[in-house]
Design a protein around this ligand. Sequence first.
Ligand SMILES: *Cc1c(COP(=O)(O)O)cnc(C)c1O
Length: 456
Amino acid sequence: MSEAPIDLSALLAEAAARGARYLEGLDGRRVFPDEAARAGLADLMAPLADDPADPEEILALLDRVGSPATVASTGGRYFGFVTGGTLPAALAANMLATAWDQNAAFEVMSPAAAAIETAAAAMVLDVLGLPAEAAVGFGSGATMANFTGLAAARHALLTNAGWDVEEQGLFGAPPIEVVVGGEVHASLLKALQLLGLGRSRVVRVAVDGQGRICADMLPPLSATTILCLQAGNVNTGALDPFASVVPLAKAAGAWVHVDGAFGLWMLASPKLRALADGVEAADSWAVDGHKWLNVPYDSGLAIVRDPAALRAAMAASAAYLVDGGPRDGANYVPELSRRARGIDIWAALRSLGRRGTADLVERGVSLAGRFAARLRAEGCDILNEVVGNQVLVSFGEAEHTRRVIAAIQRDGTCWCGGTVWQGRTAMRISVSSWATTEADIDRSAAAVVRLARATN
Ligand SMILES: *Cc1c(COP(=O)(O)O)cnc(C)c1O
């Protein structure tokens, strides 16, 4: 350590001030950093020094070199992937919670983290209208939330088949069939891969032009089937027809898991909720905090109707692990030690309330509709029904569409990525940030149209 005592108040105030300046400057800068800013990152690559350095100088270097090289994805004109910004209340709570540095593995390690996550879990179930008895685990994102929900499914189905998968593993176990839609998200396949259920041994069900599973194409389902449905296709935003599929699956004794990374938040809106009608009858759900709820990275929620199945799948046992607290976080997610991610979610939902959460989601949908309408009016081809916050745009031939996307990414007014949707090359627009305004949409749409016209 250096000789002089560290002035902690000054240091943290400096970090907060630099953070605020960064956020206030986002509107005036390129969304994707230019080459000079990216080249500047070399200044952070110095090898390990022999001697300690001053924290304020480290912070200043990080801000001077790092800030200009960041992608302004927390601003209002980033439409890539499905990327939320950060609500002010969630950001501030996250900063305080970082100072707390609580370990949310066990209640005895942090009664505060356990209590706040208990409260956050109840608010999440309430605002989504999911069963109040369900268990909620706070993990790193929808990939691990899918993993967690599917681990509970694996436990429940194999227990019913007389097999203890947690003790015995999968070698020699009765087979489980996994049924997915043809447009299953890559992260769900990754979760199956990690669980020993295999990416390729799934049965893929045909989907319609929006990527929704075709209910009449389902294979026979049984008490050894995990049926994976989707609320929010990553390209079209479409939701599976839960009301016609979930009751069939439940009647057959199957486990229904829903990947609702962003789309599940549509349940928070009384106006949009009907699109997900029937989803509440599933057994497990995965949803992100860091996408549409707009809490800082990283954050995802695994929700499981039967808390005992989740606990059995996630519980670790070791003599020093104190059991029986009202909420030991380690029994809900794969991690033992972890940050108390539920605090950000608690703060976000406290600040939004029921109405604000509905408004956040409705605004995303309405702004996506506005973007689509602007582009359609200028002759662009919109490939999807814009029911949610996703828009797929074609500028004609695949190669031309790719060149337009590249031009948009170079221009820096906004950022959109590319995809191939059912054989057609397209640009993806995802409106997922609380910070996006109508002016952001109009400015971005104007840039897209200008660049599409200028590209040949
Ligand atoms: C983003 C996404 C995921 C993966 O979520 P992460 O938070 O990145 O792990 C899974 N499914 C869908 C539909 C998604 O959009």
